[in-house]
Write a protein that binds this ligand. Structure first.
Ligand SMILES: NC(=O)c1ccc[n+]([C@@H]2O[C@H](COP(=O)([O-])OP(=O)(O)OC[C@H]3O[C@@H](n4cnc5c(N)ncnc54)[C@H](OP(=O)(O)O)[C@@H]3O)[C@@H](O)[C@H]2O)c1
Length: 249
């Protein structure tokens, strides 16, 4: 019997590196899984890989920007499995350029996917969870805790994710909906595969453990937050960052 046996979870960005890993971890603990992402082939591949392990899984493809798209993703899961118990917001993009060069379109796109969609996905999920309880896990970032050069819209969006996590946690505790976030350190995924070498070395240099994390090192924290072991934890952020945020000089 897994720790998430028969729990219905939806992982937005579940076709990506971190979301995909969390989805596989949840499935291994007995959860039924919905995956949502932008690229149909990636969503299909993630769903097929989960089904091969014996998991019950369903996919949803679409641009996660606002209430309509978030509702559609959640409706897909409820249509397949009858309810939603766990929502993970792992959708995200970055635009790496100096603040002076950021366009309105860059800003709107990053804030739309990284923050607006988180807001409305949480709002719609809460509507379905509030009578029976539920769990929301938002994927934040080190840039939610620090200034982040050449990634100003990204940093703004992730500061916003922490603000939403704490605010929703406070508002929805009485509905038995827990809302927490995870701050990953550096992990090699499509999001940062094109990171310039100097920036990569700076990331490793700033991490006391002296390396990128491996995706499996994130799974346990997500399972913990989704499980009853964390039933008195809400509004918290857990850094899985090899010590990056703890470092002084
Ligand atoms: N990797 C790291 O080191 C790191 C560190 C801190 C925080 N994070 C955060 O972790 C989360 C996951 O990132 P990742 O590293 O796993 O990157 P990733 O592999 O690129 O995954 C991102 C996911 O978001 C989806 N997505 C992007 N734009 C979308 C849109 N408009 N509509 C629907 N889905 C969309 C992607 O789908 P497509 O692939 O089809 O575009 C993919 O499933 C993000 O919130 C990111 O900010 C990552």
């Amino acid at each position: 019997m897994g720790r998430l046996q028969n729990k219905v979870s939806l992982v937005l960005g579940g076709s990506g590196g971190i979301g995909g890993q969390i989805a596989r971890g949840f499935a291994a603990e007995g959860a039924k899984i919905g995956i949502a992402g932008r690229t149909p082939e990636k969503v299909d591949a993630a769903v097929a890989a989960l089904r091969e392990t014996g998991a019950e899984a369903i996919g949803h493809t679409g641009e996660l920007i606002g209430v309509r798209e978030c509702t559609a993703a959640i409706d897909t899961v409820i249509g397949a499995f009858g309810r939603i118990d766990i929502l993970v917001n792992s959708q995200g993009i970055n635009v790496l350029k100096p603040a002076a060069e950021v366009t309105e379109a860059d800003y709107d796109r990053v804030l739309g996917i990284n923050l607006r969609s988180v807001f409305f996905a949480c709002q719609v999920a809460h509507r379905h969870m509030k009578d029976k309880g539920g769990i929301i896990i938002n994927i934040a970032s080190l840039s939610a805790h620090r200034g982040w050069s050449r990634a100003s819209p990204y940093a703004a969006s992730k500061h916003g994710v922490l603000a939403l996590t704490r605010t929703f946690a406070a508002e929805w505790a009485s509905d038995n909906v827990r809302v927490n976030s995870i701050t990953p350190g550096f992990y090699m995924t499509d999001l940062n595969r094109a990171m310039p070498e100097a920036r990569k070395q700076s990331a490793i240099g700033g991490t006391p453990m002296g390396r990128f994390g491996t995706l499996d090192e994130l799974t346990g924290t997500a399972i913990f937050l989704a499980s009853d072991d964390a039933k008195f934890i809400t509004g918290a952020d857990i850094a899985v960052d090899g010590g990056f945020l703890a470092r002084g000089i």
